[in-house]
Design a protein around this ligand. Structure first.
Ligand code: SF4
Length: 864
């Protein structure tokens, strides 16, 4: 390319599905910005989206197919995969093979994978990491509406008078949606209720925060159903004409004491129930806190029941709204990329649907029954029942519960294929065949966001090495297995077939209808929702009777064992999944640099933990070691650990070493937020922090790494003090061209090293967690600085100390925000942001800036 190009594409991270403009200049440099015309984000991007340009390098990319660790041609790799899968099917039957795919895949990739497995191999053993994210919402929608339809739009969050967030830290996990909500609140005074066991960033300025006991959502919403019914807050006409099953749902509520079950006071409950009863325009938005539970599907239906009773569905500003985690979880659902679905929202258990799809595909086989869902699938691999497994665009060794069992399963599976963009996943290490896939910016296709909006991901850079599109790799293997029906040359052809399949059989009964898509428009496709803009507005649902189902949900108290803490898991603001992409961006480590465990002050005291020490978190199948973050935002007996860190970034940080493989019996979604864990102090003899122009991995009992714009930084700790610090330090700085300066006493050791007068390396060890100004030190790497000052570990008196970074976009520190807030009486969020620069980039940090302003009353920075 010799001239500047601007490509409209879509962010590959979360389910908000923001539009992105990728500007590529004549020299090939790509600049990323939000697409002002995309109806999901209107030009805004969060910290992850804004830094996408920094993830386009070739570092860690898979470039060529590999067989048993040796480079191979595509023909060799394709033939081997086809042969192994064909042999397994011939010898052990179709159910002896499986695909484990991903919500990162484009709809076209998903369509082909599903077609190959269900229509040609003849098994439904294809499941996806979306099972971990929203399978309970899918099951809840199908039980209530007869089809997997999300009935809301993003504009409903702006048009509602009351928004209830349940198990959703929207401020961190879907930042652009949260900003849209906050803007609407400023304009029209929308009330916000946040229901969560943790006081997250989303709850900071909520009108009501309900710190609910984990796993008690069904009790809360059953109680709401009963309360609404007793008040007479019923849309009788809608309930009579458009629903069925209310009596059974009311009966199932029983006489549960909601206050006891949820841990909320009667006043808190009354306030919530009053708010819900008096605001007809209510949206209840929910995410993983609802879905990732042993009763996740019941939670979804308990929420939907309240909306059905009040007729708050199919209307502007009202409805139950499942916010999906992944960029294309919805697209995968549309093409049937789950083990219990058929393509085009047809039902695997329906013989006429199976026949219709088989005839459409002209396929030799069609799966006759549901396949193995994610957790069951890997248990079957572990049990030796799966002889050939193909993992595409996902990292199950890190993301699935009980990760040590997943590792064992992959180690013993006779044949494992992994297609991925990067070689930096722990799953890649178990592959017999590695297939390099095109990454974001290289591949081409469609994705569907949380509001059913289909957008294009488009190519704007050439694929690296010999990487290929996932759909092409799958088609080549299908053809090598001898199957017809995979002669696609472009993603447009696949999309056209997907559109056509939505037209067959029972057309009027299935809301998924893509008939308005025109083949010729694929290249220029504008983001558009499928179905009507307002599903169920006519009071007709996709069930046999046309009526929505109230689902009887009964609250069952989940017992937690004595002396165990309930482990809640989830995302943080600036990282995505297992960090294979966001882990390339130094800026995204500024907010949370290291894996950590949130614990309440009382529990920390009881376990004997101090803030910033390290803790061992021990679950049924393994143990992680992470930093302690003592915070009052979490209740007693619960702890929270982020899901992102893998062995590539820290020594023992995988949260799923501690989780368990218990699933919701209806949806098959793992209960990733309710494992019982034991905690014990990691008895560090010393703690360390270092920065280096080179990349280092300390040989210590604990370590965590992060990239810097120059070099890298690391935290470490060890159970014994080195006999000789200079020997220990030689693992980092064994270079005769370095000049070093050391400072040591009984409790600490410090060393700085220079090359040609430029700072090359600095290391600080202490018997207590190291207290130096990390952000300041990191900026000195490669610069000519005073060694004595570097040894001090903080700016000299009179020099600015901005404190820990709050705003990753503009590198604004906590002290800057506090100083401004303190010095200007009546400082508002807007004035603080405008004057410090915090919150003026992507805006994702604004809730934390608000919290600092709230906390700054009577706070003295100098005294800190
Ligand atoms: Fe990407 Fe952030 Fe938008 Fe999600 S909210 S799609 S991560 S830019």
């Amino acid at each position: 390319m010799t001239t500047e190009t601007i490509t409209r594409t879509t962010c590959p991270y979360c389910g908000v599905g923001c539009g992105v403009l990728a500007k590529r200049d004549a020299s090939g440099v790509v600049t990323i910005s939000g697409d002002p015309d995309h109806p999901a984000n209107f030009g805004k991007l969060c910290s992850k989206g804004l830094t996408l340009g920094e993830t386009l390098g070739h570092e860690q990319r898979l470039l060529r197919p590999m067989i048993a660790g040796a480079e191979a041609s595509w023909d060799e790799a394709t033939s081997l995969v086809a042969q192994k899968f064909s042999d397994a099917v011939a010898e052990h039957g179709a159910d002896s093979v499986a695909f484990y795919v991903s919500g990162q895949m484009l709809t076209e990739d998903y369509y082909v994978a599903n077609k190959l497995m269900k229509g040609f191999i003849g098994s439904a053993n294809i499941d996806t990491n979306s099972r971990l994210c929203m399978a309970s919402a899918v099951a809840g929608h199908k039980r209530a509406f007869g089809a997997d339809v999300v009935p809301c739009n993003y504009t409903d969050l702006e048009q509602a008078d009351l928004v209830v967030l349940v198990g959703s830290n929207l401020a961190w996990c879907h930042p652009i949606l949260f900003q849209r909500l906050q803007a609407a609140r400023e304009q029209r005074g929308t009330k916000l209720v946040v229901i969560d066991p943790r006081k997250t960033a989303s709850a900071i300025d909520a009108d009501l925060f309900l710190q609910i006991a984990p796993g008690s959502d069904v009790a809360l919403f059953n109680g709401l159903l009963r309360d609404l019914y007793q008040r007479g807050e019923i849309d009788s006409q809608f309930v009579f004409a458009s629903t069925q099953g209310l009596s059974d749902a009311l009966l199932a509520v029983g006489d549960v004491n909601v206050s006891e079950a949820t841990g909320l006071t009667k006043q808190e409950l009354k306030k919530f129930y009053d708010l819900f009863a008096t605001h007809p325009k209510t949206v209840t938005a929910f995410s993983m806190g609802v879905n990732q539970a042993v009763d996740g599907t019941d939670k979804v239906n308990a929420i939907i029941n309240c909306h059905l009773l009040t007729g708050r569905i199919g209307k502007q500003g009202a409805g139950p709204f499942s916010i999906t985690g992944q960029p294309n979880a919805m697209g995968g659902r549309e093409v049937g990329g789950l083990a219990n679905m058929l393509a085009a929202h047809m039902a695997l258990e329906n013989p006429s649907h199976r026949l219709a799809v088989q005839e459409f595909w002209q396929s030799p086989n069609i799966a006759q029954k549901s396949g193995l869902k994610a957790v069951d699938l890997f248990e079957a691999v572990h049990a030796g029942k799966i002889k050939a497994l193909w993992i595409i665009a996902t990292n199950p060794v890190v993301s699935l519960p009980s990760s040590s069992l997943v590792e064992e399963a992959l180690r013993t599976c006779p044949f494992v294929v992994v297609s991925d963009v990067t070689g930096n996943t722990e799953t890649v290490g178990f592959a017999d065949v590695l297939l390099p896939a095109m990454g974001w910016g290289e591949k081409d296709g469609t994705v569907t966001n949380s509001e059913r909006r289909i957008s294009r991901q488009r190519q704007f850079v050439k694929p690296v090495g010999n990487a290929r599109a996932d759909w092409r790799i799958l088609c080549d293997v299908a053809k090598a297995m001898g199957f017809a029906g995979f002669n696609f040359d472009t993603p447009a052809e696949i999309f056209a077939e997907h559109v056509a399949l939505t037209q067959v059989l029972d057309r009027e009964k299935r809301p998924l209808n893509l008939s308005h898509y025109n083949d010729a428009e694929y290249e220029t496709l504008l983001p558009a929702q499928w179905g009507s803009e307002r599903p169920f507005a006519d009071g007709r649902f996709a069930t046999e009777s046309g009526k929505a189902n109230f689902v009887a949900t009964t609250f069952n108290k989940q017992q937690s064992a004595d002396n165990y803490f309930t482990l809640n898991t989830g995302r943080i603001r600036d990282q995505w999944h297992t960090m294979t992409r966001t882990g390339l961006v130094p800026k995204l480590f500024n907010h949370r640099a290291e894996p950590y465990l949130e614990i309440s002050p009382q529990d920390a005291k009881q376990v004997g933990l101090q803030d910033a020490e390290l803790v061992r978190v021990t679950g049924e199948n393994g143990q992680s070691v992470v930093r302690v973050l003592v915070t009052p935002s979490i209740s007693n007996n619960q702890v929270f650990q982020a899901m992102h860190w893998s062995g590539a970034f820290a020594s023992h940080a995988k949260v799923n070493l501690s989780t368990i493989s218990i699933v919701d019996p209806v949806s098959g979604q793992p209960a990733l937020k309710s494992a019982g864990v034991k905690l014990a102090r990691f008895e560090a003899a010393w703690y360390g922090f270092g920065i280096s122009v080179g990349k280092l991995k300390p040989a210590t009992d604990y370590w965590a790494l992060r990239p810097l714009h120059v070099g890298s930084a690391f935290e470490c700790a060890d159970l014994k003090i080195p006999d000789d610090w200079s020997v220990f330090i030689s693992q980092f700085v064994d270079d005769e061209n370095l000049s070093s300066m050391v400072s040591t006493d009984k409790t600490q050791f410090r060393c700085v090293s220079f090359k040609n007068n430029l700072l090359e390396f600095a290391f600080f060890a202490s018997s207590n967690p190291v207290e130096v100004n990390r952000h300041w030190l990191q900026q000195l790497l490669g610069a000519e600085v005073n060694p004595v000052q570097v040894l001090a570990g903080k700016p000299a008196i009179g020099q600015a100390d901005i404190g820990p970074i709050v705003c990753a976009c503009n590198s604004v520190g906590r002290n800057q925000i506090l100083n401004f807030a303190k010095s200007f009486a009546g400082a508002t969020l807007q004035t603080v942001c405008e004057n410090t620069g915090a919150g003026m980039g992507c805006g994702s940090c604004r809730p934390e800036v608000q919290k600092l302003i709230n906390d700054s009353v009577g706070f003295s920075v100098a005294a800190e």
